[in-house]
Write a protein that binds this ligand. Structure first.
Ligand SMILES: *Cc1c(COP(=O)(O)O)cnc(C)c1O
Length: 375
């Protein structure tokens, strides 16, 4: 668990056991439906190389990735599991996807033809997932596509359809009428597809209740401790902390200005700290705060400390007026993400969402993986 070399600036701690417990909690929540895991974008920035084996150890057998490279990695790490390729196939990788044995999520009639042609060349059926667009207008077969396909008995010939899925637009909001509309549209689409297990919900969708669980749920963010659902809390624990250190303390006089373009001006004498973390480490530059603004916050000894002035590439300045003096020394630990600064809070402060904060955590920070239970 300990790193060998001295730690210079930041540390990201990733609790693999918490990820495993989160997957188990969500599996329990969805009962007889199967809980998969979305591990795209390097497991939301946390390191698929470590996260996938931890999930396998917890019992997860179904993995979703976005790109072909991610699928190759997931196939290698997930042993007897199934790997679904959300972004589907193109002319240049369809054959390789077939060789790899991954399951592409097919979203257009052209893609279905391409995969059928692969199956024909191999002289064997190929597993496939079919995506229906139920109102997100992102990837997926439209109602017109489905109608056209359903006129041909052999529209899915050569394919072993193992999943039919769709994706919700507003699942974070339990009151959004779109949720029910999309569910009905999905049920309609299912009638025109080969009979197969169905999947509609991601992290937030599964919190909408059993009507949304179908046969398989596909959470990503919640496994990593995310709490984007605006209804009751998702039964998951936090997974990630990111910390850095105070490099220098400065005493400002009234009228002193801080950082690039001097956007912050001290209204009265105050103490600030310079912290070794910037946008090069994943602290969003959008969390910069001019005089009188409240934007990004970090925490020292559990006490919130606002970011002041511009976030630079390697450094931020923070207002430590509220932090007890005994915690203010060179080398004091500064929490960027953790118990006092949630992913959601960090996302809001930067005008974005916790998902983006996670996927942007920098490779520059040292990473510590916590894992008691060997898998
Ligand atoms: C990313 C993604 C998911 C996972 O979403 P979370 O909100 O992270 O749970 C599920 N399904 C599809 C189609 C996705 O693109």
């Amino acid at each position: 668990m300990a790193t060998e070399r001295p730690v210079s600036s930041g540390i990201i701690t990733i609790d693999l056991d918490a990820i495993a417990r989160n997957w188990q909690s969500l599996q329990t929540l969805v009962g007889s439906s199967t809980c998969a895991a979305v591990v795209k974008a390097d497991a939301y920035g946390l390191g698929a190389e470590r996260v996938i084996p931890a999930l396998v150890g917890a019992g997860c057998r179904n993995f979703f990735v976005a790109t072909f490279n991610e699928a190759e990695q997931a196939a290698r790490l997930s042993a007897d599991g199934r790997v679904f390729l959300l972004n589907g196939i193109m002319d240049d990788n369809a054959q390789a996807a077939a060789d790899l044995g991954v399951i592409p999520v097919l979203s257009t009639p052209e893609e279905i033809s391409l995969w059928r042609a692969c199956a024909e060349r191999r002289g064997a059926k190929l597993r496939a997932a079919i995506q229906i667009d139920s109102g997100l207008n992102r990837l997926g077969l439209s109602p017109e596509d489905l109608q056209a396909l359903s006129r041909h008995d052999d529209a899915f010939a050569g394919l072993d359809v193992v999943l039919v899925m769709s994706h919700l637009a507003s699942a974070d909001n339990p009151d959004a009428p779109e949720n029910m509309q999309q569910r009905l549209s999905f049920l309609d689409g299912l009638k025109r597809c080969p009979a197969a297990p169905a999947s509609l919900a991601a992290s937030d969708g599964l919190m909408l209740g059993p009507d949304y669980h179908f046969d398989l749920v596909r959470p990503g963010y919640a496994l990593y401790g995310g709490q984007a659902f605006q209804g009751r809390p998702t039964p998951v624990e936090s997974v990630v902390t990111a910390t850095s250190k105070i490099m220098q303390l400065r005493r400002l006089k009234q009228g002193d200005r801080v950082g690039y373009s001097h956007t912050f001006c001290a209204k009265s004498a105050m103490t600030i700290a310079i912290v070794a973390a910037g946008y090069g480490d994943g602290v969003s530059r959008a969390a910069s705060a001019s005089t009188g603004e409240a934007r990004g916050q970090v925490a020292v000894a559990g006490q919130l400390a606002p970011i002041i002035g511009r976030v630079s590439m390697d450094l931020i300045a923070i207002d430590v007026s509220q932090v007890p003096a005994q915690y203010l020394t060179r080398g004091s630990v500064v929490e960027l993400i953790g118990p006092a600064v949630s992913l959601e809070a960090a996302g809001r402060a930067a005008g974005t969402i916790g998902y983006e904060i996670l996927t942007r955590l920098s490779p520059r920070f040292d990473r510590i993986y916590v894992q008691q239970s060997e898998t």
